[in-house]
Design a protein around this ligand. Structure first.
Ligand code: GTP
Ligand code: SPV
Ligand code: MN
Length: 608
């Protein structure tokens, strides 16, 4: 099948794929082309290649068997939202919340950057499935990349291999994902240069999406969502466009399975912005006896209607690319258990005995470390040892609480959808929407304080509708209309919608709610609401738990904390009305009438 390794003319059975590989090879000029099969041997080979190329180091095999630590270029540590573009034919189709460029102009610019950008390197062809191979909810992509780090991460995060090419067959459709770190080893004038441990383009980065042709072109970064193109680029930005065209949902949501002491099961999705607690909630260890949480997915949910009119969700990914800092036996024992072996650590610190460390990992600070910038670190040095967006990549199957049905090609039926963000004030611990349309409204006005998951300032409040602000591949107002339309289509069979906030603070700036495992108390109330059991109180914002409806047995909360957690700050809501109106205004006539109506009703409820 591999007749011509340098031009890629017959590398697979799929003629379109072969032609595309050939075209990219002619532009990027790699020394070799390699078709990846996703095997264990290939994964090991990529790790060894990274270690010999000084991109990675092996961790102590007695501490973390078969695991590596990678340090990136300090200028390439997170998603670059200001370099992310939605190149739809018209600017209005990208909408006011996305960066836009005309497709052909962008392609022309990027062709200039891609020209010869893989000189001296290997072009890896990664056929991957988002979702169980062959599932009716799954979709196929092919990433072309010059980064072994990307290959290894994609093998963990997606299903890579020949079985994908079998499903693709001779004529199958796939999303084209082109990626280059943008660091050729032979320059245009023919001079050679040595590789560096984390190749990237320090000056230019582009993460471009072409929704019409369903293509992704990424250049200049090797990090996370900028480079692992199956994740945010495909599974959210491009998939959100596909979902709208085809009548389903592609969302930035975890999926969890909740079982009560009577062995009844409910599946719940939750959309929180980046670094706002999805991985933690997805694997939570409940503190209420008899309740169980199992994980189906921790970052992305694809939901399609089943024959019964309900929404069924799959996790399109196969691994976790999780935030390391803050992860500990205390906060997320199950994530820690995933990480005991066969994992990739990026921008974590190195201990003297060859293990990894990050902030809050252990109750006691290590006396000495090498930090993520390869400098000596001691507790008094005044710097973080790990980058705040340091990440682990680990196979989902290593999670001790992975749900047995996590790879069910049919997906799991969703009973509730949660929205949430970091809100120091105003928003209560939990609020239930009156109905789907009101829930869509709550999702659309969701705000959150920014985190280190994206380059830029941390801790400023921004609206992040449905946690999709950086991930919606088309006009946000049209996306809301799609949400409303989905609800009209399936009515009462749609999941109930809730708005949660683990991050409310007191006057001294301390979290009012213990969070983490204790969030199971809120999950229990949600479960019971879905079963028509727990009591709720009507407020202008929505339905909040009746006093006593929240199971707080065994939890010691400060005396007035609960009152504050379960109160709607009416004045605070009133003060936000103008900013919501202003926010909506930028969408002009594209704003769905249903949301305009909800905002009006909200205003009225706040007056009375
Ligand atoms: P992405 O992978 O970027 O999409 O992030 P995520 O939403 O999966 O966030 P994650 O679960 O990794 O949590 C990020 C940080 O939020 C953690 O380091 C915790 O410090 C913090 N966090 C998570 N859950 C809670 C909670 O219930 N309460 C508080 N106070 N902090 C939390
Ligand atoms: C996020 O930022 O929401 C992530 C990490 O899950 S990344 O893959 O870099 O997008
Ligand atoms: Mn995420």
């Amino acid at each position: 099948m591999r007749e011509d390794m340098t031009t890629g003319s017959k590398i697979t059975r799929n003629a379109q794929l072969n032609a595309w590989i050939k075209e990219v090879a002619a532009m990027c000029l790699p020394d070799n082309i390699r078709l990846c099969n996703g095997s264990a041997d290939e994964y090991q080979e990529m790790l060894s290649l990274m270690v010999s190329g000084k991109t990675a180091r092996w961790l102590n095999p007695e501490k973390r068997p078969n695991s590596i630590l990678v340090w990136s270029d300090p200028a390439d540590v997170a998603r670059v939202e200001d370099r992310t573009f939605i190149c739809s034919p018209s600017k209005d189709d990208a909408g006011p919340t996305n960066n836009w460029a005309a497709p052909e102009e962008m392609k022309q610019t990027m062709r200039g950057l891609y020209a010869g950008c893989m000189r001296g390197r290997t072009l890896y062809v990664i056929p991957f499935s988002m979702g169980p191979v062959g599932s009716p909810i799954a979709h196929i992509g092919v990433e072309l990349t010059d980064s072994p780090y990307v290959v290894a991460n994609m093998i963990i995060m997606t299903r890579v291999g020949t079985s994908v090419l079998d499903v693709l067959g001779e004529n199958g459709e796939f999303v084209r994902c082109l990626h280059s770190v943008g660091y050729p080893l032979v320059l245009a004038d023919g001079t050679q240069r040595a590789d560096v441990s984390w190749p990237c383009d320090g000056k230019q980065k582009y993460i471009s999406h072409f929704p019409e042709s369903k293509e992704i072109w990424s250049y200049g970064s090797g990090y996370g969502g900028n480079a692992l193109l199956g994740k945010k680029c495909f599974a959210l930005r491009i998939a959100s466009v596909m979902a709208r065209e085809q009548g389903w949902l592609a969302e930035h949501m975890l999926i969890l399975k909740l079982t009560n002491p009577q062995n009844e099961v409910r599946y719940i999705c939750a959309a929180f912005p980046s670094a706002c607690g999805k991985t933690n909630l997805a694997m939570l260890s409940p503190t209420i006896p008899g309740w169980k949480v199992e994980c189906v997915g921790d970052d992305i949910a694809w939901m399609k209607f089943g024959g019964d009119g309900r929404l069924y969700a799959i996790n399109p990914e196969a691994g976790f690319f999780g935030v390391a800092p803050g992860t500990s036996d205390e906060s997320n024992l199950n994530a820690m258990a995933c990480l005991t072996r066969d994992s990739i650590f990026t921008n974590c610190a190195l201990t003297d005995d060859g293990d990894v460390w990050w902030e809050q990992m252990t109750p006691r600070l290590p006396a000495h470390l090498i930090d993520w910038t390869a400098k000596e670190w001691t507790p008094d040095c005044g710097r973080n040892a790990a980058h705040p967006n340091a990440r682990f990549t680990t196979p989902a199957r290593q999670c001790p609480v992975i749900a047995p049905e996590w790879e069910d090609p049919q997906g799991v039926p969703i009973s509730a959808v949660l929205f949430g963000g970091r809100r120091a004030g105003v928003i209560p611990l939990v609020t239930e929407a009156f109905n789907w349309r009101h829930g869509t409204f709550l999702g659309s006005i969701m705000g959150s304080e920014t985190t280190a998951a994206a380059a830029g300032q941390v801790g400023t409040l921004r609206r992040d509708p449905m946690a999709m602000l950086p991930f919606c591949g088309y006009n946000m107002a049209d996306y809301w209309a799609h949400w409303l339309g989905m609800g009209e289509r399936s009515g009462a069979k749609m999941p109930r919608i809730f708005y949660v906030n683990w991050f409310r603070k007191d006057a001294e700036g301390r979290f009012l709610w213990p969070g983490y495992s204790e969030n199971c108390r809120v999950l229990k109330w949600i479960f019971e609401r879905c079963a028509g059991q727990a009591e709720a109180l009507e407020t202008p914002l929505g339905l909040i738990p009746e006093k006593g409806a929240l199971d707080l047995r065994g939890l010691s909360l400060a005396a007035d904390a609960l009152d504050e957690l379960l109160s709607v700050d009416i004045d605070g809501c009133r003060m936000e009305l103008p900013s919501i109106e202003q926010y909506y205004q930028q969408f002009g006539s594209r704003l769905p009438e249903g949301l305009r109506h909800e905002l009006k009703e909200f205003g009225k409820r706040l007056q009375s």
